[in-house]
Design a protein around this ligand. Sequence first.
Ligand code: NAG
Ligand code: NAG
Ligand code: NAG
Ligand code: NAG
Ligand code: NAG
Ligand code: NAG
Length: 245
Amino acid sequence: MGILKSSLGFLVLAFAFFLCFIMSTSGDGSYVYLQFVQQWPPTTCRFSGKPSNNRRPLPIFTIHGIWPSNYSNPRMRSNCTGSQFKKILSPRLRSKLERAWPDVESGNDTKFWEDEWNKHGKCSEQTLNQMQYFERSHQMWSSFNITNILEKASIVPNATQTWTYSDILSPIKAATQRIPLLRCKGNPQRQAKSQPKNRGKSQPKSQATTQLLHEVVLCYEYNALKLIDCNRTAGCWNNVDIKFH
Ligand SMILES: *[C@@H]1O[C@H](CO)[C@@H](O)[C@H](O)[C@H]1NC(C)=O
Ligand SMILES: *[C@@H]1O[C@H](CO)[C@@H](O)[C@H](O)[C@H]1NC(C)=O
Ligand SMILES: *[C@@H]1O[C@H](CO)[C@@H](O)[C@H](O)[C@H]1NC(C)=O
Ligand SMILES: *[C@@H]1O[C@H](CO)[C@@H](O)[C@H](O)[C@H]1NC(C)=O
Ligand SMILES: *[C@@H]1O[C@H](CO)[C@@H](O)[C@H](O)[C@H]1NC(C)=O
Ligand SMILES: *[C@@H]1O[C@H](CO)[C@@H](O)[C@H](O)[C@H]1NC(C)=O
């Protein structure tokens, strides 16, 4: 009995060490999960201070980026080390990204990719090197066509109709089997210039009656392979109708 107990104790101890080992070797441990963020270009352009009209805003969801994130502070932009963007994307990958990940604000796609990598991508470099980061983003974009998922649920751009948060969430959840996160921006007609920096805390200062759907976030576990539920963090205001156009 004594021997059994002590060997059990040993096993527990060994397992604990094993866990520590795993945790300390899984890269820098500097993030917990990944947010794959897609944007609705017309909303981005409405709120952009940049010359967004270089191109007609595309009526399809396009990539904003993969953001390595912590649960404790999902919006914190980390100050992580990692190598700076290298302009070594193959022509084949570039042409895929030009469609899936255009810079809808200023029209310089390379600049957008560079900024996203330098702000976010390099934080998960231990998991996805630069080439993998962009390849994987494109795969994520292709694997769930958000525009199409919403279209099939009759959620199509319409300047007068409004939806609730769960109206828009439901079809995406049904298609992905996971809970996405939606992000909105205040209606520019009412909110004027107060919104661009407001990432949607709980309630707008001036009482908005509607908000515009801006981004759809899918969450992936550390290795970027498996979808997980996103937590409902600030993104859209509660109990305010959502417009999509
Ligand atoms: C996550 O949190 C850790 C510890 O606070 C920090 O060092 C790291 O930079 C954070 N990573 C991200 C992506 O926010
Ligand atoms: C977010 O979800 C994860 C996984 O379910 C959980 O561990 C964590 O505590 C949640 N964080 C917040 C801030 O809700
Ligand atoms: C960010 O990195 C710089 C330089 O490595 C360091 O001095 C600074 O304290 C870091 N800031 C945070 C919030 O971690
Ligand atoms: C676009 O951005 C890249 C990367 O920052 C830069 O090297 C290039 O000169 C820019 N192109 C134009 C046309 O501004
Ligand atoms: C996604 O769906 C939209 C709407 O159905 C369609 O126009 C678009 O071509 C699709 N994109 C891809 C990459 O299949
Ligand atoms: C927009 O939505 C309204 C209200 O639901 C509907 O009556 C109208 O037909 C829609 N417009 C288009 C172009 O689908």
